[in-house]
Write a protein that binds this ligand. Structure first.
Ligand code: UDP
Length: 440
């Protein structure tokens, strides 16, 4: 490369900066952080564009070698629910175009994350002629199917996703079931969809002795307590209630000394007001008579999550649906068997019967049955844990994701011949139009 390839990485609501604390960061934040960082290691110059959500946030932050995070002004500089961000996307686009014009930046490719940034990326493709790669992280039609009236996404979402699918150069699906959604629900041409599974940081998430892990997080390290661990956001769709019900069934039917460890929420203390789902789970556990068996920790930073996964004998996650699901991989990387619902990406990451078990969603009986099986078979757990770690090392690491993503970029950039912005003015910021986004 004569000069590093420059990538505009758009992620309006999920910034890697959020991983440092505070906000409710999920899988998209981790993806943006890891993929940009690993592309930086491969020699790319990546600018991650995100919405400025704090008055004191600097415009640009040097995040990692080759990676900057750029906080673009769009709407009030404070955290907003992501479902409120859609009307701010023209402002986000314009701030991005102004930034590009001011810096005289010449990007080689734009990579959109989530549907809203995908819309901004289609605008960039149209105005600057940039090759455009999109990863949705979640699809509106699937969300609608599973959440129905509870789906708070803006009305235009599905139509916008359709327009992105028609206008994009390449879609990234994180697993075969996501590709099927793109093809079947949105009519994406299959040859335009590349499957690049997401991954786990295998250094950050690595096995640790159960006793040491329990000591670190303040659980009794000796004794025969069995711990079932859930790590993740506390949302109805993650159906942690299903896990609470299954543990209640287990307690009713056996004398296994089970503790349910629940890690996640909006705040570092478990707060039923700030995280209403925690309140719902506390009430459910009390109703089922197992309040003393359930431990809520609140949200934890990624760098200590290894302690929590490793404190578990079994890791569990049974969402109604899951576009990909990083937490099963994190549990596997820590050498723990994972029981997950047989939905979306989880059917792809867990090797059923080898690295853990798949169960139907919304089925506490089936989950209680599988948990009982594993919790009474220490050798099986150890074997599955080893197989899980091996599977992650072979198939699901971020450097591999970055290499595959880079190969995709290079194909697209090469296929387009000379870069359209070469030798031309990048952008005349005089023609910015700030129309409200409308569904195409
Ligand atoms: N996570 C975290 N702290 C917590 C709970 C979760 O950092 O207290 C992280 C978790 O390690 C994982 C991500 O949030 O990397 C959740 O990603 P996943 O794909 O499982 O679900 P999503 O939140 O994107 O729906």
């Amino acid at each position: 490369m004569e000069r590093p390839r420059r990538i505009a990485f758009l992620s309006e609501h999920a910034s890697p900066l959020a991983l440092l604390g505070g906000a409710d960061a999920g899988g998209q934040n981790v993806y943006v952080d890891e993929v940009s960082r690993n592309l930086g290691r491969l020699g790319y110059a990546v600018d991650v564009f995100t919405r400025r959500d704090a008055a004191d946030a600097p415009e640009s932050v040097a995040w990692a070698p080759g990676v900057r995070v750029v906080n673009l002004p769009a709407g009030p500089p404070r955290p907003l629910p992501k479902d409120d961000l859609w009307p701010l996307m023209p402002a986000f686009r314009d701030a991005l175009l102004r930034f590009i014009a001011r810096e005289g930046a010449r990007y080689d490719l734009v990579h959109g994350n989530f549907w809203m940034s995908g819309w901004v990326a289609t605008e960039l493709r149209g105005r600057l002629g940039l090759p455009f790669v999109q990863i949705f992280h979640a699809m509106g039609k699937t969300k609608q199917r599973h959440q129905g009236a509870a789906d708070t996404s803006p009305a235009g979402r599905i139509a916008v996703e359709g327009a992105i699918v028609r206008g994009v150069d390449r879609l990234i699906a994180q697993c075969p079931s996501e590709r099927d959604e793109m093809v079947d629900d949105y009519g994406a041409p299959p040859e335009r969809v590349a499957i690049i599974p997401s991954a786990v940081n295998t250094e950050q998430f690595r096995p640790m002795a159960r006793e040491e892990a329990r000591r670190r997080i303040g659980l009794p390290a000796d004794g025969d307590e069995l711990v079932v661990a859930y790590v993740g956001r506390m949302l109805p769709r993650k159906d942690v209630r299903n896990v609470v019900r299954a543990v209640a069934l287990l307690r009713r039917r056996s004398d296994l000394p089970v503790t349910l460890l629940l890690v996640g929420g909006e705040t570092v203390e478990p707060d039923p007001i700030r995280t209403p789902e925690i309140g719902a789970l506390q009430r459910l556990a009390a109703e089922l008579g197992i309040a003393d068996r359930v431990r809520f920790t609140g949200k934890r930073q990624p760098d200590v999550l290894r302690d929590y996964y490793s404190a578990g004998d079994v890791v569990v996650t049974t969402p109604w649906y899951e576009p990909f699901g990083l937490t099963p991989l994190e549990g596997m990387a820590c050498g723990r068997p994972v029981v997950g619902s047989a939905v979306g990406g989880i059917t792809f990451t867990i090797a059923d019967g080898v690295t853990g078990c798949l169960v139907p969603p919304r089925d506490p009986e089936a989950l209680a049955d599988r948990l009982h099986h594993l919790l009474t078979a220490p050798e099986l757990r150890a074997r599955m844990g080893r197989a899980a770690r091996l599977r992650v090392e072979r198939e699901f690491t971020w450097p591999t994701v970055a290499r595959r993503t880079a190969a995709l970029y290079e194909d697209l950039i090469a296929g387009r011949g000379p870069h359209p912005a070469d030798g031309a003015a990048v952008h005349d910021s005089g023609d910015l139009v700030a129309e409200p986004p409308t569904a195409p």
